[in-house]
Design a protein around this ligand. Structure first.
Ligand code: XLS
Ligand code: MG
Length: 343
């Protein structure tokens, strides 16, 4: 049995589309996916605003709220909650050069409207925070925007969201690149600092995704640790990534077992989850996987966390202390490797 509660989003069951080719698996509705997530034991669901309310930009506030209430009933019926809502601002062509950092004010206003609706939907679904993955907040053409002005505009965007609801919290999910070439706030450090620039830093935190740290050339465990030390780790997206290339969202543990172990150990050692936090699995099935295996990457990732929890439970700190006292770091290295290799 795992000590954690888990969440997942409808986008984590996808049809295999990539930039080079069309779907390879059948399309499931959001409701079908969520029913299956509930049956698999997930405690809560993560929604993009337009997962919760399809075609949201064309709907009235009243219509959006009605649909959110209907979704809440559906979730209640399944016994699952909602962890957060995240505005999916990277799809709309109006935000092709950024949403919060849109050069045109009318597009920025549109981004704020979507963000405020995301907060409203989060409230209706029972979530107390939203997540901002700053997908296009940066540049494709470096000289096209003034970076200082744009970072100020990002801050202004967060302040507007904080003012919309006096207790909503905001978690920024940083990623250094893709789809944008150069992000304005690409690391956990940037995301934390951005929160500190707002009118209410106490309501700003981060969601750390393992793969995004790897893409930044940083260590996911240390990124999560920094956020934990600051009391700012609102959520995590556990997954894996083969080096600094396109974002892969691989099964947790499929590339770097030692890092995977250390991420789980950090969360266990620091009582992650005891203040209501969830473990989110932001993983995708391989494009080559058949229809019948479209959820198996989730089962596998859940299993990996549990297997790593067992390793963490067997990790003996007194052994570590003895090696460190002797300055026998080679011995400690082997202790960890043997633990992971199961010998
Ligand atoms: C993409 C992000 C995305 C967010 C949710 O790289 O990980 O899936 O987690 O908006
Ligand atoms: Mg993510």
């Amino acid at each position: 049995m795992s000590r954690f509660k888990y969440t997942v989003g409808p986008w984590n069951v996808a049809e295999g589309v990539d930039v080079y080719g069309p779907p390879t698996r059948r399309v499931l509705t959001m409701h079908e996916k969520v029913e299956r997530f509930a049956a698999m034991g997930f405690s809560a669901i993560q929604f993009h605003d337009d997962d919760a309310v399809p075609d949201i930009a064309s709907k009235s506030v009243a219509q959006i709220e009605d649909e959110a209430h209907a979704l809440r009933e559906f979730l209640d019926g399944l016994g699952v909650g909602c962890e957060f809502v995240a505005p999916r601002l990277w799809f709309d062509p109006a935000f092709k050069d950024g949403a919060y950092t849109a050069p045109k004010r009318q597009n920025w206003e549109k981004a704020m409207w979507r963000s405020e609706r995301s907060i409203d939907i989060a409230r209706i679904l029972g979530a107390d925070f939203i997540v901002l993955w700053l997908a296009r907040e940066g540049t494709l053409c470096m000289e096209s925007k003034n970076p200082v002005t744009m970072i100020e505009q990002l801050r202004e965007s967060l302040d507007r969201m904080l003012a919309h609801d006096d207790s909503i919290r905001i978690a920024v999910e940083p990623k250094p690149n893709e789809p944008i070439d150069r992000s304005y706030a690409g690391t956990v450090g940037h995301a934390l600092a951005l929160g500190d620039l707002t009118q209410d830093p106490s309501r700003c935190g981060v969601l750390v995704e393992s793969a995004h740290s790897v893409l930044a050339g940083l260590d996911p465990t240390h990124d999560m640790a920094f956020a934990l030390a600051a009391g700012k780790l609102f959520s995590v997206h556990l997954n894996d990534q083969n080096g600094m290339k396109f974002d892969q969202d691989k099964i947790f543990g499929s590339e770097s077992l030692r890092s995977t172990f250390n991420q789980v150990k950090l969360l266990v050692d620091n009582g992650y989850g005891q203040r209501g936090e969830f473990i989110g699995l932001d993983v995708k099935a391989m494009r080559s996987s058949g229809d019948e295996f479209g959820f198996k990457h989730l089962e596998n990732s859940l299993r990996v966390v549990q297997l790593m929890e067992d390793k963490v439970d067997r990790f003996d700190q007194s052994v570590v202390d003895a090696f460190v006292a002797e300055e026998d770091y080679e011995g400690l290295e082997m202790y960890v490797l043997e633990l992971l290799l199961g010998s």
